[in-house]
Write a protein that binds this ligand. Structure first.
Ligand SMILES: *Cc1c(COP(=O)(O)O)cnc(C)c1O
Ligand code: SF4
Length: 339
């Protein structure tokens, strides 16, 4: 089956889930979406598995704890599909569609099933980049950019390549893990041509647990490697999913063997509907610290936190103490109190 068929044939309702998993799920207000090939892996892994916990709904999603816009994307959104928080780089959000809906998603209050491609907005985005030449990198995110067609991606890439100041292009995606069939010849060709148009073309795969790296996923990563696309990974620390040093060690060492550079380990965001995955900084630091003994620097990601309210990312690990003193240093070097 082609990836587009797999995508259209996904489980989307509580009834679809109950039938597929032969279990009842709570009624929750957030949307559901799981392609069947991936659902079959979750079913095999079973109810206590990291896969089940990440993708199947839980009654705690209805809790009112947490923030609606945990990392302040609205504060820096430009209304033209760009989020400009750091001087030199922007997020580009051409779609709000994902190959799966992760239950812990920090954007879970924004994602929809509708694709929002507005040519006018794209023209404004290009104009914005042209008048802000300090921006040298465009990061495709979403949603998930690999849900766009190869033609659409090629078009965006071409347009960005004509903005002289853009040197780097990057894709943040969960698709290689959820729908590995998406890494098809057409997409590889698009990425290969992007590598020629920019100084660097990077794919950052979102992966949280070693059990997500099944044979078909490894094959998809190998295809990226063989086509000389630089592959990095991003993971989110999640309570009950990968919250031990061993889980993280297994994940990062496996990624390193697959020639994927572990890039970031994100501290969980305080997202409304995802607080059952949350933990404090002290706990995260205790889990992360022993990795320094088990992994070389090239296989160890940076452990980071997005400061609530749009202050940006900063290091979550503190070599001086496990305890959190209540403030973090933001991207401008200023101390910000949180909570
Ligand atoms: C995370 C993020 C980036 C990318 O940051 P890197 O540290 O370069 O990975 C860029 N823009 C925004 C708004 C972000 O939230
Ligand atoms: S793939 Fe990313 S943006 Fe999409 S639901 Fe999962 S965490 Fe959210």
């Amino acid at each position: 089956m082609s990836w587009t068929h797999e995508f259209k044939d996904a489980l989307k309702t509580r009834e679809d889930l109950s039938e597929f998993f032969e279990t009842d799920f709570p009624e929750i207000k957030f949307p559901l979406f799981i392609p069947k090939v991936f659902a079959a892996k979750i079913l095999m892994a079973g109810p206590d598995s990291p896969l089940w916990k990440q993708f199947l709904p839980h009654s705690e999603e209805d809790s009112n704890l947490g923030r609606l816009d945990p990392i302040g994307d609205k504060v820096h959104a430009k209304n033209n599909q760009l989020i400009h928080r750091y001087e030199n780089r922007v997020l580009f959000t051409p779609t709000t569609v994902c190959p799966v809906l992760c239950r812990y998603c920090f954007r879970k209050n924004e994602l929809s099933e509708k694709d929002e491609i507005f040519d006018q907005k794209f023209k404004e985005a290009i104009a914005y980049l042209t008048v802000n030449p300090e921006i040298n990198e465009v990061i495709f995110t979403g949603g998930d950019p690999f849900i766009l067609s190869n033609e659409k991606l090629a078009l965006y890439i071409q347009e960005f390549s004509e903005v002289e100041s853009i040197k780097y292009i990057r894709f943040h995606t969960r698709t290689p893990v959820i729908l590995p069939s998406r890494i098809d010849e057409g997409l590889l060709a698009v990425l290969t041509s992007a590598s020629a148009l920019f100084k660097r073309c990077m794919v950052m795969i979102h992966v949280n647990h070693v059990s997500e790296l099944t044979e078909d996923v490894r094959d998809a990563i190998a295809l990226l490697n063989e086509n000389h696309i630089e592959v990095f990974s991003q993971s989110v620390l999640l309570k009950g999913v990968n919250d031990t040093t061993e889980d993280l060690y297994n994940l990062f060492s496996e990624l390193a063997d697959l020639k994927v550079k572990p890039y970031y380990l994100h501290h969980p965001d305080e997202a409304r509907g995802a607080m059952h995955f949350y933990m404090g900084l002290e706990e995260g630091r205790r889990i992360f610290a022993p990795l320094h003994n088990k992994l070389p620097g090239w296989a160890l990601p940076q452990y980071i936190i997005d400061i609530p309210g749009g202050e940006g990312k900063t290091s979550a690990f503190n070599p001086e103490s496990f305890e959190f003193n209540g403030s973090l240093i933001n991207r401008n070097g200023e101390k910000v109190k949180i909570n």
